[in-house]
Write a protein that binds this ligand. Structure first.
Ligand code: PAF
Length: 278
């Protein structure tokens, strides 16, 4: 089957047909991590739709919206190689109606951790994700665990608003040296990239511990050793569903999440671990 490129909502409606669809929402600059989402989507439905849309609503005024990598032709090659059925690539004008007034609020959960550093970010994410779900009407939608708070908020939105879709989380894909794949890695110089490895090293050190205090201490030590070129934004140990910090008595799953700026690039990463096992 030839890949169909739908550049607006009418093309999408024609390409969409009535079948069983899995959606992979992306902002393009597709890499091996996206390929793994697409493969998971392929295993879960008859038709795979990938959206490629750099969503202006989720970038703050001083963030990297204008320099965010846009590599549409290469993205199409990836989609062809992965057997994607439809790529939805709307313009901002097509996605957002003139005179638009209404958008989603991500609530308290969207204001903490990543949301504290990026005010309004999750409101923009949820607004575009809900629009994509409404336009594509998939049975399943696949998101990366790499953006753990985004995934948790999307699950929350689907539950709170009774959106008829199954949300599937896909494991983070890493380089052999541990760096989590991200479209923003291409901003890193060779030296920055070496410094950035401290993020995944810190998460591995934390994940080897069993109590919240030991996890925080082990990860914090690795980050401190990375030196001043790693500008730490946060290191938190949170409940996977609510993203609130866990206490020392917490038993069960938790997410250790980190964000840091290296040069001009801001990276995030996380790992899921088990605390105080029986
Ligand atoms: O994770 C992303 O790439 C984006 O936040 C998403 C989910 C495609 C919404 O723009």
């Amino acid at each position: 089957m030839e890949l169909i490129v739908a550049r607006n909502r009418d093309d999408l409606a024609k390409a969409r047909g009535g079948g069983d669809v899995a959606l992979v929402p992306t902002m393009g600059a597709l890499h091996e991590g996206h390929r793994s989402l697409i493969r998971l989507a392929r295993s879960r439905a008859d038709q795979v739709v990938v959206s490629v849309f750099v969503n202006p609503l989720q970038f703050g005024p001083h963030e990297d919206f204008s320099r965010y990598p846009r590599t549409f032709e290469a993205d199409l090659d990836v989609c062809r190689a992965e057997g994607v059925d439809v790529v939805f690539h709307p313009s901002a004008e097509d996605m957002y109606h003139p005179g638009r007034q209404v958008s989603l609020l991500s609530g308290r959960m969207g204001e903490i951790v990543e949301g504290a550093s990026r005010p309004g970010h999750f409101d923009g994410v949820l607004t575009v994700v809900l629009k994509l779900l409404n336009l594509v009407q998939p049975r399943v939608a696949v998101f990366g665990q790499k953006d753990a708070q985004q995934l948790a908020l999307i699950r929350r939105m689907v539950a709170d608003l009774d959106v008829p879709v199954e949300i599937v989380g896909a494991p983070t894909v890493r380089e052999p040296d541990g760096l989590a794949l991200s479209s923003r890695n291409r901003y890193l110089s060779a030296d920055d990239r070496q410094v950035a490895l401290a993020l995944s090293r810190a998460l591995r050190a934390g994940a080897a511990e069993r109590t919240p205090a030991a996890v925080r201490a082990a990860a914090g030590e690795v980050l401190a050793a990375a030196g001043p070129r790693l500008d730490l934004d946060y290191l938190v140990l949170v409940d996977p569903a609510t993203f609130t910090e866990v206490g020392e008595e917490h038993a069960g799953e938790a997410v250790l999440a980190v964000a840091a700026r290296i040069g001009t690039t801001r990276l995030i990463d996380n790992v899921t671990l088990t605390l105080n096992p029986a």
